[in-house]
Design a protein around this ligand. Structure first.
Ligand SMILES: [Zn+2]
Length: 314
């Protein structure tokens, strides 16, 4: 299987084009992940290598997942379409994503990130498409753009022409507390869907704030209305998103549009699983296998990203 949602993380180093703001460097979530993954933030060369080797090792040991779509992260752009580093928390450059995917073609596919507000968005898309990118990832909440604005239509048309899926974050984003979170509403992806883009809504449209799942309606409606709409099952074992798993359990009609994905390196919790499966899940040390086991034990079937790729680019 291919994991359609794996984050590439890197500290700025040499000409890798990545960026991390001083605010982000102090962020508790980043500190926690660095500690958990054994990354020394004072040594970028070593930390970047350790991150990649850990990920490759985890993939090699997985019984269920062989390849991963590595995701980049574009920054915030001002009204003239210029990169605004002052408002950007972190940036994982397409150059770095493409370079790593090219270095390990058996393991990785490139999921580049292009903020449609950037002045050279169309050129960047051309460049990434010819370099072999398989999808474009966006995080509207932190990249500060509204996916429903009609000014993005030329970008959506180009994505549709390239048959390049658009993977968009959905719901609340905890690393961005205090920022505008309304951009995470999946209903705003309708413009891209109407232009024929293959849209993948991340985290199965879960909201990310425990009990309420206001976007579940949108998930069901889009699956019915748009053959080009998909969702991914990433991050759903996190306690703040796991209620969506209980809703998905009751809707097998959605499984043909649900892609397997984890949101690595975020932890995978066994929390929604009960009974004998709980021991099975907690025994799985491998995070890809553990995520797959949680879904399996709840009877939730996922689609492999390779099936989607084969379908849209035969
Ligand atoms: Zn993610």
């Amino acid at each position: 299987m291919i994991d359609a949602h794996v984050h590439l993380a890197a500290l700025p180093e040499g000409d890798n084009g990545c960026y991390l703001s001083p605010r982000m460097l102090r962020h508790p979530l980043l500190r926690f992940l660095a500690w958990r993954l054994g990354l020394d933030l004072r040594n970028p060369t070593l930390a970047n290598a350790v991150y990649l080797e850990r990920l490759r090792g985890e993939l090699a040991r997985s019984a269920k997942v062989q390849r991963a779509v590595l995701l980049g992260m574009d920054g915030v752009y001002d009204d003239r379409g210029t990169l605004d580093l002052g408002r950007t928390d972190f940036l994982i450059s397409n150059r770095y994503v493409l370079e790593v995917a090219k270095r390990y073609p058996e393991e990785f596919l490139a999921g580049v990130s292009i903020n449609p507000r950037r002045r050279d968005a169309l050129n960047e898309l051309d460049r990434c498409a010819s370099a072999g990118a398989v999808l474009v990832k966006v995080l509207p909440n932190s990249q500060c753009f509204d996916p429903s604005e009609s000014r993005h239509i030329p970008f959506y048309r180009a994505l549709a022409r390239y048959r390049m899926p658009l993977l968009s974050h959905v719901g609340y984003e905890f690393s961005l507390m205090g920022k505008d979170q309304s951009a995470g509403d999946p209903a705003r992806l309708r413009v891209a869907l109407d232009e024929g883009v293959y849209v993948i809504a991340a985290h199965a449209c879960s909201y990310g704030l425990l009990v309420r799942e206001p976007y579940f309606k949108v998930l069901k409606e889009f699956v019915r209305a748009y053959p080009n709409f998909y969702a991914d099952a990433s991050a759903l074992t996190l306690p703040n998103r796991s209620r969506m798993l209980f809703l998905l359990r009751r809707c097998p009609e959605l499984y043909d549009r649900l892609l397997f994905g984890t949101d690595y390196p975020l932890p995978v919790f066994p929390c929604p699983v009960v009974g004998k499966n709980f021991t099975k899940v907690t025994r799985a040390r491998n995070s890809f296998d553990r995520h797959a086991l949680v879904l399996e034990s709840l009877g939730i079937r996922c689609m492999d990203f390779s099936v989607l790729l084969a379908k849209i680019r035969p």
